[in-house]
Design a protein around this ligand. Sequence first.
Ligand code: GDP
Length: 300
Amino acid sequence: MATFGTLSDRLTETFRNLRTKGKLSPADVDGTVREIRRALLDADVALQVVKDFTAKVRERALGDEVNKALNPAQQVVQIVNEELVAILGGEQRRLQFAKNPPTVIMLAGLQGSGKTTFAGKLARQLEKDGHTPLLVAADLQRPNAVNQLQVVAERAGAAIYAPEPGNGVGDPVQVSRAGVEYARQKQHDIVIIDTAGRLGVDAELMKQASDIRKATNPDEVLFVIDAMIGQDAVNTAKAFQDGVDFTGVVLSKLDGDARGGAALSVASVTGRPIIFASTGENLEDLEPFHPDRMASRILD
Ligand code: GDP
């Protein structure tokens, strides 16, 4: 995974310097915390997240657990690891399924964030697990969006519910509701609703997404965010949280050369767990998100 390359290198370098010391003085701790802070800011991690993170690391690093440790430097690395896992969401959070099928999963996010691609990947993965997902094309904003989902569905070998071509633009809320009903009739146990994205956050988009949410009562609302968008990640995520109140996050394009800030900020800023990492353009490039593994990758 290319993301985090520079951040990872800089943290490794910081810890290498730390390891040359025996007992750590408060000045050693402050110097290390300062280096970590700079590395995180340069990786586009949100300022508030950096501040909270470094304050916790500093407090713990100056405390007894380090002072009494046989290997104080190693203990600081351990603290950084634990605090990283915490900002990435702590425990792994799995997809939640409805007690009474169909499970409804609604996708939201900016245009180009990777929603449609993720819809296909998720359908494929769920099929492998024995489910019978139905993709619902509720992105009726862009003329090509329905076609695109059709292509993705075909590649994934998944069923799709889409408005008939030539039937006008159609109403996304209506299509979503009808899609869930269709799934119930045809015994699809999971419905994945792909909604419209715009280039920027806008009120109309939020209202539409919120209306779809109300009409379909989803078990999961997944906010798909492109890891490459850097500092904008936090504002975008907050806007979607206020507008549709998502239940989980999908980080897409983690295979790119993003600096990783979005990945490191979003769970902490929104209080919502990251559930999947999307790591490429192929249908197979989808991984469940493990906060502890991600932290280890960053600190390796
Ligand atoms: P949507 O507008 O949110 O539905 O976004 P799309 O699914 O159409 O994705 C936009 C572009 O990003 C497409 O060119 C995808 O091939 C690409 N893409 C989506 N997910 C990933 C990913 O995880 N990694 C990479 N490298 N590209 C991706």
